[in-house]
Design a protein around this ligand. Sequence first.
Ligand SMILES: Nc1nc2c(ncn2[C@@H]2O[C@H](COP(=O)(O)OP(=O)(O)O)[C@@H](O)[C@H]2O)c(=O)[nH]1
Ligand SMILES: [Mg+2]
Length: 681
Amino acid sequence: MLERLERQRTYGLVGHSGGGKTSLAEMFLFLSKATDRLGKVEQGNTCLDFEPEEVKRRGSIQPGFAYIQWNKHEHYLVDLPGDLNFSGDIQYLLTSVDSVLFVIDGLEGIKPLSKRIWAEVDKSGLPVLIWVNKVDLERANFEHSYASIQENLGIKTVVLFWPVGSGDDFKGVVNLLDLKFYDFQQKKTLPLPAELKQEVTTLRTSLLEDIAETSEELMEKYLEQGSLNEEELLKGLKSAMAKKELVPVVAGSAWQEQAVGLLLDLINQIFFSPLERPKWQGEDNTSLASDPDGPATAFVCKTMIDPFAGQVSVLRVLAGKIMPDLTLVNAQTGEKEKLNNIFRLQGKERLPVKTELGPGAILGVAKLKNTHTGDTLRVEDSNFVLKLPELPVPVVSYALTAKKQGDEDKIFAAVQKILEEDPTLKLERNPETGDMLLSGMGQLHLETVVEKVKNRYNVDIALELPHIAYRETIKAKAEVQGKYKKQTGGHGQYGDCWIRVEPLPRGGGYEFVDEIVGGVIPKQYIPAVDAGIQEAAAKGFLAGYPVIDFKVTLYDGSYHSVDSSELAFKVAGSLAFKKAMEKCKPILLEPVMKVVITVPDQYMGDVISDISGRRGKVLGSESNAGYTEIQAEVPMAEMLTYAQTLTSMTSGQGIYTMEFAHYAEVPPPLAEKIINENKQE
Ligand SMILES: Nc1nc2c(ncn2[C@@H]2O[C@H](COP(=O)(O)OP(=O)(O)O)[C@@H](O)[C@H]2O)c(=O)[nH]1
Ligand SMILES: [Mg+2]
């Protein structure tokens, strides 16, 4: 098995949507004969974008998994979504691969959103190889793309495949590792043409120097021999990649199969095998070696729901050996899970596996009992739990409603199933507003949920703006009496209390102070007064929203030895509260969000003036590497459709995060409008 694992590569194709990741993976499948027909994204017939939502969009919204064999090596490859709407997948899958093939569009170079995705790759610490794609296009410009990589990604790069020509004139690439010229027309390797020698010599020298500089030993050799042989170069390069000191760059075209075969060879040469990767980091400072003889352990990096076959868990084998019928324990749920059938994933196809698979394998298993994305499966006597990357908090929320009457009950169950697939989605009922709220990373994220529910369960959902959870409070102090007295035939009702009501600072909540002396209200009735006040406060006074941030002091009252009861004092409390509200200058409060917006510098002015237009307050801004981060506080009611605005204002280059900050007074004219609307309802 060791020998086999040395020849195994597990990597992710990462990069901005549209760069050509899926097309490249599709070409990998075709060249390696894993498929006999080349799928094309725009024809909607690729192996990897098979979900109806992807076929419709002509683009990936789900990760794709594939397995190929190339020159006696096995590759497990993952085509990651190229959009931060799917950050959850990006994070968990970066955790599950050993290397990254970063794909950029040779026409556009590094786009602002590629930079954001790069930031995730950078955080993952994985070795990276950059593929500059689409060099076949007329306006493609490798020099420009290469410069934009150096300028934007803040890394030291070296060129490994140097493209000769571009567009229709893209003749071939020079592999600077072996100094051979690969000719596209003849589809073979040729000696280096004389006219390229000078340029190639310069590039080769800087490659040698850059690699030599990463290790003292290599530098000595280089100075001694005046060169490095291919083996030394590769070894040096691999270790520099692992230390994140160098990122090699290659160029070609996924579409025309230009240099894709060379790329596969290079992956065999410079990506880590699972035996070479660093140890897995677990919780509580534990670690686990990526060792086939270690305790069998796997990470659930994705869950997919197939309406027919049910749930498929995708596992990355971290250590040990996994084979059909193996039973593992879920570290999170404690459940014993038997892996009845295991299979490799090839898009939607399943390739059954009968043998044992070691670390690095990515495989699917159907119908586990109680296992979710992010869980660790392990042998019984292990205590290893993989440390998870931190997931971003969902920023965009919509209320879900049924388009067809009678579908309301189905919505919750159907959406709940989709949630299994994606830990960055949240579904909750807001008991106060009655909304069924779905929260996610962005509009696109939530729309794909709605599409999936429609395609899989035939339930039509509309996304609507959520209701705002307003609050009420007071601005003045008052002392009032609440007296409840009822004389009926027999047993009467008597409760009487004097309370002082005063405002508390924002966030102060509710306080109740008992200052009764001499038993003017007997002890057992005091909690009833408190309860009566709280009950009335929850129902609100102005517009039916809970009253918060006030203090009540119960300081006087009276009782009747026969007619007094808990109920009577509760009613007295609530009467007192209502009377107090009339005198205490009640106001309406609204939730204010802390918003952090990041946009390319040139949009800063527009974004700031838009925030002011939303009754927002800009707290500060900071510029760094072409981006400005703006911190602001904005009422939630003004942020409900912000995602769309920001996208159109910044051509899709802005992002933001948002969290609840505090409640603040609604300006009086607006408050009046909200109060009137609520009265009508
Ligand atoms: N000319 C050209 N077009 C390409 C190439 N690779 C991908 N494309 C096109 O670029 C678009 C986006 O490709 P896709 O593979 O979906 O990108 P992804 O979002 O990164 O997976 C599609 O229309 C592809 O046909 C390439 O090498 N050359
Ligand atoms: Mg794609």
